[in-house]
Write a protein that binds this ligand. Sequence first.
Ligand code: ADP
Ligand code: ZN
Length: 748
Amino acid sequence: MPSSPNATDEILAVAVPVPGLALLRYRAAGRTAPPKGARVTVPLGPRSVTGVVVERHASVPPGTTLRDVIAVIDEAPFLPPVIVDLAQWVGEYYASGPGDALAVAMPPAVRGGKAEAFRKVRVAQIVSDGLDRKAPRGPRQIAALELLRQRAEGLTLPELLRQGVGAGTVRSLAQQGLVRLRDDVVERDPFEEDESSGAGGTWTITKAAGHGHPLTMEQTAAFRHLEEAAATKLFKTVLLHGVTGSGKTELYLRLAAAVMAAGRRVLVLVPEIALTPAATGLFRARFGARVAIQHSALSAGERHDQWHRIRRGDVDVVVGTRSAVFAPLESVGLVIVDEEHDGSYKQDELPRYHARDVAVVRGRMEQALVVLGTATPSLESAANARAGRYELVRLTKRVMGRPLASVQIVDMRKEYAAGGPDVALSGPLVAAIEARLEKREQVLVLLNRRGFATVIFCRQCGASMECPHCSVVLTYHRAARRVRCHYCNYSSAVPRTCGACGGEFLEQSGIGTERLEADLKGRFPGARVARVDRDTIRRRGAIAGVLRDVADGRIDILVGTQMIAKGHDFPAVTLVGVVSADVGLGLADFRASERTFQLLTQVVGRAGRGTAPGEAIIQTLYPDHYSIRAAAAQDYETFFVREMEFRETLHYPPAVSLINVVVRAGTIDKALADAGDLAKRVRHHSPHGRVLGPAPAALSKIKDEYRAQFFIKGTHRKAMREAIAAALEARPELKRRTVVDVDPVSVI
Ligand code: ADP
Ligand code: ZN
């Protein structure tokens, strides 16, 4: 018989939830060593913390002194081993350490090692011989026993209360030994609330519910291809590049069904569920209760319950945002990343992972098919497809032979010359809106900037009002009668005089969504206008209400920020207007053009999805900019070639790998000096990589902290990562003030 290794000798490599800390080693010390993925309590300095076993080693190398594990929490893996591997990969690749990545994979209540947060409900159950006992009873007790006799499995206290039986009655029956009380675990189902409040959108489910449409020829070809790839049960990544309205969701649903029929499970990532409740609703309608959803707007309790349902294997499909890439689903055969280009897949706190890229790694670990779907591929994914690392599947047509919207670009320089710089709505846009209102068709108007006026400045000295804590100008919010900083949320009443010179002539300029909404209401008094931006959508579910009103035809004109450009499918929208298409082009970010192209293409794609053809009008000061021209022509190829040229010339991703390092300090000089020192050390460590900077960040001050920045560019990510890690090891006191962002999505 093979002998098991002596348990006392085994050592465990444990990840603990402390940022930046590597794996720690402990001795299992006389206990049966727990498996990879199990939780253990371990000493850490004077404290004890809950960690996760990542590796086991058979014996302690001679001469090492290790502390003992305090307690073993799980005998079986709490996290599936593949999730432990995935978290470890994330910790290494994004230079965050394994603990933070594992923390993301944990259900919320377990993270701090607290008791698990199942929701319990009290149930009263009649004791079998309860009715035969001789005891004096009042009419209330008799009625209660009668109710309970009909329900042998018991009734919850809230149910009893609804039937007129109070807690006091139940308690005295329990004291007499006639009734037994127990605590049951109930699972919070986020759909319950959503479906009753409409937030999950029963309205969206009707059209494609149980069965789905017969596929078009193009869809059929794509589907066959994807289905075959899934059937091999081998890892492969497919970029599904399908124009807006080409019916990608239907393909996801069918592919999911095929994978489940073959006995494997499905993980679906979506950018923001709150903005697209329809997609989630479709999966739920097609696959019923074996679908779980995971996103940050759920309560901790709901997330906890969903996590355990998934872990137990009660779920075949998980639909979720970013962190769902760590869902404890086993035997995954298909990973779908919808709208793969969306920036919200990148987490902007530790660990700074990109869920799309982690999804691909997970697919490789699970031997699954990974489908990255989008109408506007990220440059990274398109470049991967060109290089043959991903396979490309295209959908070039909208379903039912519907044409893409026709697009007109309006040069606002001419409009300003004619009507002054305060014109929000151009002549052509006003005329087009009028025509739609007459035909009772719907209009979306996009302006990716909230507030009323985007700047307040002094006519006497020219100074504009800045946030006292950040290097940004304040936005005027008329309804709130305040100016507000969109970075730190500082706000104040609108001053009467200029803070710089005391001048009394303060002016506003620059138009935000609040002003646009007011203009539209003024111009089209009969129209029902609604606005969607972060100021109007505070409450969970609020956006779903507005989206449903649009779907049900209760709104004529919907104004909003990029929130309205997401994957909505509103058949009655035939006109999309874009006010200031160039809002994002001025940003000092190498992705400015890519984002502009994506946003415009996506929002134009909202028009003409029903039987009536769509039209889009794009207002801009840069009518010749290639990202605006290409979006208007819905010409991805031209955009890609131009943008790749730029990335190659200036050495930006995906032409090179990029790490963005930001150092914060109390003064800009100190931030620059510290960043300079780190940059020098990185240069020294990694002579082949290029280091650019340091320089003050584009936003040089946020929340009273100054920010200096440098880039590390190169082709060997690992060497780059090691160089910055070594630099920080030499200046450990800077770790707390330094952000290391591998593959950054935004660099301002
Ligand atoms: P995409 O995500 O590619 O923009 P959707 O998946 O939202 O497109 O599909 C657009 C619309 O077309 C939806 O209303 C969907 O129900 C419908 N649809 C999808 N496939 C078909 C089909 N084969 N026949 C008819 N309608 C379809
Ligand atoms: Zn601020």
